[in-house]
Every structure is written in C-alpha cells, then in structure tokens.
Design a protein around this ligand. Structure first.
Ligand code: DGL
Length: 369
C-alpha cells in the first residue's frame, strides 16, 4: 500500500529500515536461557510467505496504516521472532510476495497445491501461511474446503507493519506457530490466528480497515492463544478438509464466478459485463436479506435463462439469506447462500461447480458447507 503522505522513501530505503528493525528485535529477543527448548523432538513447521502487511514496512515507526506491504522476505519475518524456535523447528518458503488483494484463482490454486504437497511429507507436522489480511478469509475458506489432511494449517497476517509502534505481526506469527505445532489444532480445519484469537477459516471475516481486532467471526472465535497456550472452547460445525468432497490435488481450474454489489440505484451493467465475460455464476450481493431491486429482477431472470447460476447473498456481512424469502427462488431457479458472505459464496460456488451444475444439488451443498 503506497504511503498516503505521498512523499515516499525509496522502496530500498524502506526495505533496509525494515531489515534493521527486524534484526534489532531478533538480536534483543534471543530466547532466554530459562526458555530452554524442551528436550523432546519439536514439531516441524513450514512457514509459507505470500506477502501482505506482515511482510510490510513503513517509512517511519508511526506509519501504522500507510506503508508498503510485501517487501520483507519470509526468512527475515521469521528471524524477527526467534522465540518460535522454542516451539518448533521452522523453515520458511516464499511462494509469493504480493498484496493479498491480488490473490487471483491461479495463485489460490498454486498455494493450495503447495500446501497439500507439504502436508503429505512425513517431516512436516503443520503449515503456517503468512498472508495479507485483505483476502485472507477467502484463502482460509478455500483451504478449509479443499485440503485433504488433518495436520494443522494456520493462516496469519497483521494489521501493522513490523516497523510500526505497536506492531502486531511478531506476536501473531508466534501464536500461529504455537497453534500449528499444537495437538489441539489437529483435525480442526484451516485456522486463522490474529490478535490472540483462533478462528475457523469458514466463519472469520475482516471487519475493519486498520484495527488490530479486525478479524471477527459472527459466532465468535473457536478459542484463544495466550502465553503460548492454545485454549479451545468451540469446534467447527460444518464439514472441512478431509470431510469434504473437494480435493485441491484434483482441481485444475476454478470456474469463473463473480460478485455484483447491489445498492438502490443498481444498473444492469455489472451483470451484463459478467455475462459477456462468460461467467458460470453471479453472486448477487443484495441489500438486506439478499434483496433484488425491481429493475434487476428481469436482468437476473435473463441471466439464468442463459444457463448462468444466480446466487442471492447479502451485503450486510452476517445472517442467513432465506430461500423464497425476498424472491421466489424456486420459481426463478435461483440459489441462496446459507450464511456465507459474498466473497466466500464466490469461493464455494466455484468449488461446487467443479462437482455439479444441478440447482437442487447446488442448493443442498450451500446449506451443507
Ligand atoms: N495490501 C493489503 C494485503 O496484502 C495489506 C493489508 C494487510 O496485509 O493487512 O492484504
């Protein structure tokens, strides 16, 4: 993210400042003598770096929201948290160095396939993925549905770069490694760890542009991570990982599914553009309970008549969309989400279309996952 102040140190200057800041912390925070690594063999955790703010750097320590994301290599991000060595044998792997707003389907598949490969290895006990927070929830939901392993996978990010006062990335990364190395996280699906909380990739969503407590789940976190302890109080209720019919290793490409954001004066332009682009489904991010304005009902009926699925979701951010509530879905052969927000509905619909095109089956699967 470019500095909002406009004037900007060169990327190199920022990068060097970030490395110095990370190195200084790494120097100070050598694991204390008391925290001797335990005698028994420690789990092997691979930390895959994709970019984001957790790998970001600001021009000064007071740049908490105006900084450059995805500039610090994953090995330097790890070196800034030497405490992780007390928990696990860790090694870094840089798969991307991007802002997560650029996580397209191709990158999602590439990441998923690499994680799947690592989880098959006997010398890998868990994976942590450092990720930008903008689309972190989409990646976590996708992995939660498609990875075929019970080994822990934890997606982690930060809201402030490591160069900032009150930076949250180091503790988030430490917590993510603790969770990934824990027996409690086995078989719980893909998890998201930030701000001392453990969330299921299914429910969590980013709710604020700059606050460190931005990640919320409508039903609350699964638990906490505090003082290196994993405290779980709830379990995921919907099928995930080994319980689903989706297998990342078998998916070559994701069908094109896009989201149209609705509002009072919505025009048909977005829908026409998606149809022209050859989408297989359109997620209608409707007002309220997935409402469709009177001008757009005929447009969506026309979309469906072309064999493209219409899925009613809600722009409200939580709640369920009731089938045949705001619109006669049975009559129009439209679908409704369960409680998935529009961006997660897009991920799920793309996966569902790799399995079936039948409306009744698709609707059942929305309510299953
Ligand atoms: N460019 C945004 C991203 O990579 C920065 C936000 C962040 O990582 O917190 O998602």
């Amino acid at each position: 993210m470019r500095s909002a102040l406009g004037h900007w140190n060169t990327g190199l200057g920022v990068y060097l400042a970030a490395c110095l800041a990370f190195a200084a912390h790494a120097q100070e925070a050598k694991p204390s003598a008391e925290a001797k690594p335990s005698a028994e063999a420690k789990p092997n955790i691979v930390i895959i770096g994709t970019g984001g703010t957790i790998a970001g750097a600001g021009a000064s320590s007071v740049n908490t929201a105006a900084y450059q994301a995805a500039v610090v290599p994953v090995d330097k991000v790890i070196a800034a948290v030497p405490e992780v060595k007390n928990i696990a044998n860790v090694r870094g792997e840089q798969i991307f160095q991007i802002g997560s707003e650029s996580f397209n389907n191709q990158r999602l598949l590439q990441l998923g396939k690499r994680v799947s490969e690592l989880l098959k290895q006997k010398d890998v006990d868990g994976v942590v993925i450092t990720h930008g927070t903008d689309t972190l929830e989409e990646t976590a939901y996708f992995l939660n549905l498609t990875l075929k392993s019970t080994k822990p996978v934890v997606v982690v990010g930060s809201m402030r770069p490591g160069t900032a006062l009150g930076a949250d990335g180091a503790l988030n990364l430490y917590a993510a490694v603790v969770v990934a190395a824990s027996k409690e996280a086995v078989g719980k699906g893909t998890l998201v760890v930030l701000n001392d909380e453990i969330h299921t990739g299914r429910d969590v969503t980013k709710t604020n542009t700059f606050k460190t407590e931005t990640f919320r789940s409508p039903y609350g976190p699964l638990g906490y991570i505090v003082e290196g302890r994993v405290l779980l109080y709830r379990l995921p209720a919907r099928p995930h990982t080994v319980q689903t019919e989706f297998d990342i290793d078998q998916i070559k490409a994701l069908p094109e599914v896009h989201v149209a954001y609705a509002y009072g004066d919505m025009s048909r332009t977005a829908y026409d553009g998606f149809v022209k682009a050859g989408v297989k489904a359109i997620i209608h991010a409707g007002t309220g309970n997935g409402s469709v304005s009177e001008f757009i009902v005929p447009v969506l009926k026309e979309v469906r008549s072309k064999g493209i699925h219409v899925v009613r979701a809600s722009r409200t951010g939580s709640g369920v969309v009731i089938r045949n509530g705001e619109q006669p879905d049975d009559k129009y052969d439209w679908l409704v989400v369960d409680d998935q927000n529009p961006q997660k509905a897009r991920i799920l619909m793309a996966l569902l279309l790799t399995r079936t095109n039948d409306s009744k089956e698709l609707q059942k699967l929305f309510w299953k996952y």
